[in-house]
Design a protein around this ligand. Structure first.
Ligand SMILES: Cc1cc2nc3c(=O)[nH]c(=O)nc-3n(C[C@H](O)[C@H](O)[C@H](O)COP(=O)(O)OP(=O)(O)OC[C@H]3O[C@@H](n4cnc5c(N)ncnc54)[C@H](O)[C@@H]3O)c2cc1C
Length: 434
């Protein structure tokens, strides 16, 4: 039965990536009741899917997992995962959000995360959380550190054999579960909906995603991750260890034909990071970064770039014009060299595209907050108060306002939490004065 219950909190945080988690933790620690609405089945955003992070090369999940666990166990934070935000609007009392809980076909109150359903499921499906390079079951927990540890049944691939239902020790599998609508009322909201990468299919000259060994940088993160699909770096098409790996910078940013005229800011640094990690994993491989400019803007980033050069990673200043399938699974890259060499062709075993960052916020149906020309949420005072939007009581954090690295994401998320807390204090003062 759909009751459309109303749940009341002080703050609504939309998006449970590192930005949303940081804002939620800061506000929860100040005693505010926080609801985090996340569309994915787990919190953690992109960061939990990264291998290591520049410029320190710390393990990404070693930093993200404690924050995820702290949010999950915080007495003032309630997580609503696998939920769609239908709308977010101002009401006389504050912010009202309509949310739909998508059915997991597993009762969240009964599931104990034992994975018996997953182990016994006979259906194998491509696992997008592993870049598409591994298989998962039709009933599954996204990954070992996912929060919450609740199974989801993927009805598109389930063959209704009933094995999961039979083996579940708590009777949690429920094939008849339905979506549930509910309303969240809060005094203020923080939008931290992050980004998506620009689709590989957009660029005809780069093979439109049809060349087997041309992969995205997020797929490379999975190949490099200690809990990745192969436990070592292998070429996806045939499992060969690549001897020559190329990174193509600005493959989806600073490119009007891709609809992304702006710089995505983090691609230079993550390509350098991945190249360094690859040279450790495959010491004999040739690693080349084709770049237009290197933007090493943060603290310690220039040194990081210099370290990569000292390690023997080659930097070729060039704009890659086309990519085509070569012999034996290789990729033929044609580029215009900026050193006067003209048009050059080179073959690589594996090519990684630094695609652009696009906003993951769908404003039209959801919320009247304004967006900028680049599609990211507009900051009305970008210099002096970068978390303010044009909607009263609604703040923005992380990449939802524009491309950022993790350092800046966390700093801005903290600032958004402070603005939200200041706003609530002013509301309280106004209430007392009235
Ligand atoms: C390949 C790659 C490597 C990188 N490596 C590094 C690195 O080494 N160091 C570094 O500093 N930075 C790195 N970055 C950048 C880093 O990933 C971002 O800075 C960080 O993830 C931003 O966090 P976020 O919370 O703003 O966004 P996200 O991580 O995108 O999280 C946003 C969350 O919001 C959810 N969401 C979106 N829309 C909705 C909605 N409507 N309702 C509910 N939930 C929603 C999403 O599901 C997601 O969980 C890298 C980026 C890429 C692409």
């Amino acid at each position: 039965m759909n009751t459309n219950e109303t749940k009341t909190f002080d703050v609504l945080v939309v998006g449970g990536g590192i930005a949303g988690l940081q804002s939620a933790l800061d506000l929860g620690d100040q005693g505010y009741k926080v609801a985090v609405v996340e569309k994915d089945a787990t919190i953690g955003g992109k960061m939990i899917r990264l291998s290591k992070v520049f410029p320190t090369l710390d393990c990404a999940s070693c930093i993200t997992t404690p924050k995820m666990a702290a949010a999950a166990h915080h007495e003032n934070i309630t997580l609503f995962t696998y939920c769609d935000l239908k709308s977010l609007d101002r009401a006389p009392t504050g912010i009202t959000a309509s949310v739909t809980q998508r059915p997991r076909y597993v009762d969240a109150k009964k599931c104990i995360g034992c994975r018996q359903c997953e182990y016994n499921c006979p259906v194998l499906v491509t696992d997008d959380d592993q870049g598409g390079y591994a298989a998962r079951k039709a009933i599954y927990i996204p990954f070992s550190t996912a929060i919450p540890q609740l199974a989801i049944l993927d009805t598109e691939n389930c063959m209704l054999c009933g094995k999961c239902e039979k083996v579940c020790p708590t009777g949690a599998v429920d094939y008849f579960q339905e979506p549930e609508d509910f309303t969240i009322e809060a005094k203020t909201a923080i939008l931290s909906t992050g980004f998506q990468l620009s689709p590989l299919e957009t660029k005809q000259q780069y093979g439109q995603g049809k060349i087997p060994n041309v992969i995205t940088a997020l797929q490379m993160e999975r190949l490099l991750a200690p809990n990745g699909p192969y436990n070592r770096v292998l070429r996806p098409s045939d499992g060969m260890e690549p001897d020559s790996i190329a990174f193509i910078q600005c493959a989806g940013s600073r490119d009007k034909s891709m609809g992304v005229p702006y710089c995505s800011r983090v691609c230079c640094m993550y390509a350098i990071k991945q190249a360094m990690l690859l040279s450790g994993a495959l010491p004999l491989a040739d690693i080349i970064i084709y770049y237009m400019d290197i933007r090493a803007f943060g603290k310690g980033y220039e040194q990081f770039f210099q370290n990569a050069q000292a390690m023997g990673i080659q930097f070729v200043k060039a704009k890659v014009a086309t990519m085509n399938p070569g012999e034996n699974g290789s990729v033929t890259v044609r580029y215009e060299a900026q050193d006067g060499e003209g048009s050059v062709t080179a073959d690589h075993d594996l090519v990684v595209l630094s695609l652009g960052m696009l906003p993951d916020w769908n404003p039209v149906q959801q919320c009247p907050v304004s967006i900028g020309e680049d599609g990211f949420i507009d900051q009305v005072k970008p210099k002096v108060a970068p978390t303010l939007t044009d909607m009263e009581g609604v703040f923005v954090a992380g990449v939802a306002a524009g491309p950022k690295d993790i350092v800046d994401t966390i700093a801005v998320a903290g600032a958004a939490a402070m603005e939200a807390s200041k706003y609530m204090a002013a509301l309280e003062q106004g209430r007392k004065a009235a």
